[in-house]
Design a protein around this ligand. Structure first.
Ligand SMILES: Nc1ncnc2c1ncn2[C@@H]1O[C@H](COP(=O)(O)OP(=O)(O)OP(=O)(O)O)[C@@H](O)[C@H]1O
Ligand SMILES: [Mg+2]
Length: 263
């Protein structure tokens, strides 16, 4: 397919950025560290063969995950490390059906949870694990924690949710971009001029005002994330700061993780 002048300029810019990264903070060569599942995991997987690293960025809608991931991928690839990106609702197996089910708002909470869990399991088995086996640095734009927090604020049983996701692999690092609901509103409006029905928790029927609902819902989600912080060992990143301040903190921390430490 012929490339447009615009995309040529964008790809030149990215190449330039990658070259710039090569001369700045170098990426620590990854040191092998053992992997584990949270619980029963997936059968027949030899964990010692998973030589890559799994790095997760969590955070609310508009918290800045994609922006940071773009920079991190350029930094890592600019230093010669192959990366793979995954995110929720991206499996080829059920993502379209999930979208349609959401549009109709027709599924019960349990079915919806299982639908999301299926999407996650598909990506875990078919993308994350094979990529880790091939030694890639896998960057996950959200992981099981968003799915668990969404279920929990909708009143699902904590133990049931924990069991459901015990198939997941424990990441090498989890960063939670903690952004205040007020900042989130500004960033979402600047980006899309609208708030998302689900990310505003409108299905919970707390209030008919979408802005009020968004603030209340995001506050509940934030509380759930902070509650999970200790058990799942998140590093909480103050996401109300500038892009560059967050980016520098992430790069320093990822270097520490690649050196075989845990965050
Ligand atoms: N630290 C920051 N300070 C100010 N604006 C920011 C910051 N980080 C991101 N933004 C802006 O906020 C908006 C949302 O950022 P981004 O798309 O990276 O978030 P996201 O978490 O990936 O959102 P989504 O959940 O929609 O995928 C963008 O317009 C981005 O430029
Ligand atoms: Mg994004």
């Amino acid at each position: 397919m012929p490339t447009s002048p615009k995309s040529k300029v964008a790809s030149k810019k990215r190449e330039h950025r990658k070259a710039e990264f090569r001369s700045k903070l170098k990426v620590t060569p990854p040191i092998l560290s053992s992997k584990k599942f949270y619980g029963h995991g997936i059968p027949e997987i030899s964990l010692e063969q998973l030589t890559g690293k799994l790095i997760v960025l969590e955070g609310a809608d508009g918290s800045g995950r994609s922006t940071q991931i773009r920079g991190l991928v350029d930094w890592l690839e600019g230093n010669g490390h192959a990366t793979v990106q995954v995110g929720i609702k991206r499996s080829t197996l059920v993502s379209e059906e999930l979208e349609r089910a959401q549009e109709g708002n027709i599924l019960s909470q349990t079915t919806m949870s299982l639908f999301y869990a299926t999407d996650f399991a598909d990506q875990l088995e078919n993308i994350i694990i094979p990529s880790l086996k091939a030694g890639f640095i896998v960057i996950a734009d959200r992981y099981i924690y968003t799915l668990m927090a969404r279920d929990l604020v909708r009143g699902m049983n904590r133990q049931w949710v924990k069991n459901l996701y015990s198939m997941a692999l424990i990441p090498d690092a989890v960063y939670y971009l903690n952004v205040s609901p007020q900042q989130l509103i500004q960033r979402n409006l600047a980006k899309t001029q609208s708030l998302d029905f689900w990310e505003s928790g409108m299905d919970l029927g707390m209030t008919r005002d979408m802005f009020d609902s968004f603030v209340q819902y995001q506050h509940k989600m934030q509380q759930e994330f902070l509650r999970m912080q200790k058990a799942y060992k998140f590093k909480v990143i103050d996401g109300d700061r500038s892009l560059d301040a967050i980016y520098e903190e992430l790069k320093t921390s990822i270097n520490h993780v690649l050196a075989g430490n845990r965050e």
